[in-house]
Design a protein around this ligand. Sequence first.
Ligand SMILES: O=C(O)c1ccccc1N[C@@H]1O[C@H](COP(=O)(O)O)[C@@H](O)[C@H]1O
Length: 212
Amino acid sequence: MYVKICGLRDAAMTEHAIAAGADAVGVVMSPASPRHATPEEAIAVVAAARAAAASAGRPVDTALVVNRMPAEEAARLARTLGFDVLQLHGSYTAADFAAARALIPRVWRATSLAADPELRAGARGEERLLVDGALPGSGETWDLSPVAPERLGDDWLLAGGLDATTVGAAIAAVSPGGVDVSSGVESAPGVKDPERITAFIAAARRAHITIR
Ligand SMILES: O=C(O)c1ccccc1N[C@@H]1O[C@H](COP(=O)(O)O)[C@@H](O)[C@H]1O
């Protein structure tokens, strides 16, 4: 079970997330978000993640997360800041993904079943699909019953309103390849809580072992 902790803005919390077992860390650059990071904060997270991954002896992905930013602009930003992955939330065409992937090969498509009820992995040429609620970064839960995992591939990510108390049931219900969380590991909007991060990762791992 791949676990991504999103909305990080400093080295100490990034190191904590990776020590707790995160496979990926995300930085949000979206001015409307309470987790909006500056370029300097983004660079600090990427550097801390690289060092922590090297100490842990395992790979950790760093993802730049944007909402409705033009795809090429976002890809240039991700490449300049040294991210491994670009996570695009919004409505993007196959041409947008092709243009972005010419600049940074690993581009994920984050969307919702509300926006795309016929959701299918790879339909726009993304590396990976992330299925979220209708309001990214809101912490709002959403109805998982229409999710059709057989159309989403093996490595799709589930997000939207997850926390340590709900992630196990969500994994059991729709069998994602991984989970992503932002609000559910915070004590207040934009304020990450180390204990909630640790509890979330442990709960996701436990659920995965239980359903295997
Ligand atoms: O976290 C944000 O503030 C954010 C802002 C804009 C686009 C995406 C954002 N985060 C992503 O949203 C989902 C779910 O977040 P939450 O756990 O419900 O708060 C997740 O993919 C984050 O990476």
